[in-house]
Design a protein around this ligand. Sequence first.
Ligand SMILES: CC(C)(COP(=O)(O)OP(=O)(O)OC[C@H]1O[C@@H](n2cnc3c(N)ncnc32)[C@H](O)[C@@H]1OP(=O)(O)O)[C@@H](O)C(=O)NCCC(=O)NCCS
Length: 170
Amino acid sequence: MLTQRLRPEDAPAYRDLMLEAYTAHPDAFTSSPSERQILPLAWWEDRLSTDTHANECVFGAFVASQLVGVAGLSFQTREKLCHKCTVFGMYVRPSHRGHQLGDGLLGTVLKAARQRRGVSLAQLTVTQGNRAAVALYERHGFVTYGVEPQAVTTPSGKVTKLHMWLPLRD
Ligand SMILES: CC(C)(COP(=O)(O)OP(=O)(O)OC[C@H]1O[C@@H](n2cnc3c(N)ncnc32)[C@H](O)[C@@H]1OP(=O)(O)O)[C@@H](O)C(=O)NCCC(=O)NCCS
């Protein structure tokens, strides 16, 4: 398994994987497949920009040269918020779950967060009841600081989101 930062040329595989994720797990993601599949490839390429001033980066786990897992990190740009970053879009294909790919991806994302100058905490949201994801985040030290009822409307109804955070420095 190889974990590396995705580049614009990975956009087609990234797009396919995320559309699979939004379709298979409508309760876990705020994005819907219909909302995302109409976006041009350039939108996905832009998200994978490796420009030094890029405000987002996405890491991918590759097995036999196939992209099978991803996790993203976005940095705040506003002056008073730029100490914060957000983990987003964590997904591992069902065929590759339970082999610590998610663990490795989250570790890589948090390492990148710690390397970013001025960033001192990470945040994320996760659907209440998503035990595998919550367990993964807690294992890396994330703590729930808020519970948002009726946060997202999904095909199965409104779901509650846990807001979690992790201080990145002492
Ligand atoms: C969450 C997800 C990324 C984890 O990926 P993964 O590669 O299987 O993760 P890992 O193998 O590193 O770790 C999974 C851990 O969760 C545990 N786990 C799996 N299913 C679980 C469950 N139902 N309840 C509690 N723990 C569970 C595993 O035992 C493992 O822990 P361990 O290493 O102590 O045994 C993956 O399940 C996934 O893509 N889920 C669907 C999308 C999703 O929910 N994304 C998160 C959005 S916030």
